[in-house]
Write a protein that binds this ligand. Sequence first.
Ligand code: AMP
Length: 396
Amino acid sequence: MEQKRSIEDVEFTGKSALVRVDFNVPLDGEGNITDDSRIRAVLPTINHILDEGGKVILMSHLGRPKGQQIGRMSLRPVARRLSRLLRQEVVMAPDCIGKEVLSMVEDLPQSGVILLENLRFHSGEEANDPEFAEQLALLGDVYVDDAFATAHRSHASVIGVPEHLSPAVAGFLMRKEISYFIKALETPFRPLAAVLGGAKVSDKTRAIKKLVEKVDKILLGGGMAFTFLTALGYDIGKSLVERDMIDLAREVMEKARERKLPIYLPVDFIAAEKRDETAVTSVVTIQEFPENLMGLDIGPATIILFREALADAKTIVWNGPMGVFELSPFNKGTFSMIDTLAHSRALTILGGGDTDTAVHTTGKSDMIDYISTGGGAFLKLLEVGELPGISALQDK
Ligand code: AMP
């Protein structure tokens, strides 16, 4: 995986670089970008190509328009923000393929930047339609992938386009993602601890099975912990449980036992009758879980337990919140986990998505060694050790 060619192996002078980025940024109701970290993350790649005198043609998706042109999913606000960050004009294309776009790209001066409109306005993107990929490929001479977060998807802009363009290389962000992944899971400093949370076990099934083989301890929080607790025979009231995942939970715990791998589960919770900002909450223990309540965050004893379990770790990988952190009564578990990682001497790596949002809310992102931009891609890479978007790039 480390053997992939990167943008440092390519000359960009006079070339058009077609760059797949992840500008799937959060927008508020008025179309304002509420967090631009995904845009900032690819600035080094863009600047490198511009400095060498290449043209930059950026392509991304935003949201799930499913082949429809939906105004509120236009990338226009991203072009404005990017333009401010780069301190130069970013031309906004009205579409991502077609004659008009092609001539806009041709007219672009050297060291110019153009952002193509949302790839997913065309159903060919997600379907990896060969004709759509070919049309996109007409826009560049060189393909650069800097969108780790979508590298697990076999979409046209991820695997179709690089079939037509040579060289096809990794951008700086992609290269960094791959190297941190290797540091964390292939050649880690041990003990290596994995912290998993979030709503569902089912999304993470295969990743959990792999983790059991690789790590030295596992901490489980969030909604997914209840499936494991149910497997152990505890009553969990009205908490989230995936009945069809109970056997898997048993299997994982059995495998862990064979490997003498400790699995830490919550011992207490912040519980409420409803998942609501104004809900009346109480601290309940796993031994006496009231049948009318649901556990929506880990409790204070668990926070201490988890902090101590992580004290000797030299590498910590975390994916998925400890509770319903979007609501203030249930955010302490997640926020204190962030605090633990922020003050840890371990190499701390966080796997994208919701966890990423939570860290940005606390303003402690700088205290975490690495925040991966892709939650799904991170899990998938863990599962199979390779991603379609990385395989599509050329080897050194
Ligand atoms: P995931 O996409 O699987 O990482 O799940 C993230 C979601 O899990 C967040 O939106 C949280 O609100 C939710 N979540 C975390 N803990 C719980 C819980 N105890 N019960 C229900 N949902 C939870």
